[in-house]
Design a protein around this ligand. Structure first.
Ligand SMILES: [Zn+2]
Length: 155
């Protein structure tokens, strides 16, 4: 069925185009917003599981900016499954989500806090205070781990 194949190719290239532009926009927005707020971070640190998009070593926070389509944002309409070649896509999605989970578990086992910002959340601004709160909480946590629970000493 040549007509059907043609449609599949178009659909596929539309998806690929979306994926290519993905790399630049959402991650950049997160980087520049947090940078302006004074946070400093590492990018794609290869020593950490999954090379987190941003990492904050002193707070032990790993932050991933996930595309809803590839990483299968639960109950998000952007996480649709293409009608053609479903088996191909489902296998691909399964590999991605399994890898995400493995990385998350490995990071958490090493005492890291894992934050995920979904692409669709970037349309609003609510992610900003949420991430700030999480970073603050994580830095309290690492402080406690490093120096123990703070005790009020008498002078
Ligand atoms: Zn989403």
């Amino acid at each position: 069925m040549p007509g059907k194949d043609k449609f599949t190719a178009v659909e596929r290239s539309a998806i690929m185009a979306r994926v290519r532009s993905w790399d630049t926009t959402p991650e950049r927005l997160v980087r520049s917003t947090l940078h302006k707020l004074g946070y400093r971070y590492r990018l794609h640190d290869a020593r950490l599981p999954g090379k987190p998009d941003l990492s904050f070593p002193s707070r032990r926070v790993a932050l991933f900016v996930h595309g809803c389509f590839w990483h299968r944002h639960p109950s998000c309409k952007r996480a649709s499954t293409p009608v053609a070649r479903q088996e191909y896509w489902l296998k691909k999605f399964e590999r991605t989500t399994a890898r995400d989970l493995r990385n998350r578990v490995e990071l958490e086992q090493n005492g890291w806090t894992v934050l995920i910002i979904w692409e669709c959340q970037l349309r609003g601004a609510r992610w900003v205070p949420e991430v700030q709160r999480a970073l603050k909480a994580a830095s309290r946590l690492t402080w406690t781990r490093k120096f123990g629970v703070q005790v009020n000493r008498s002078p």
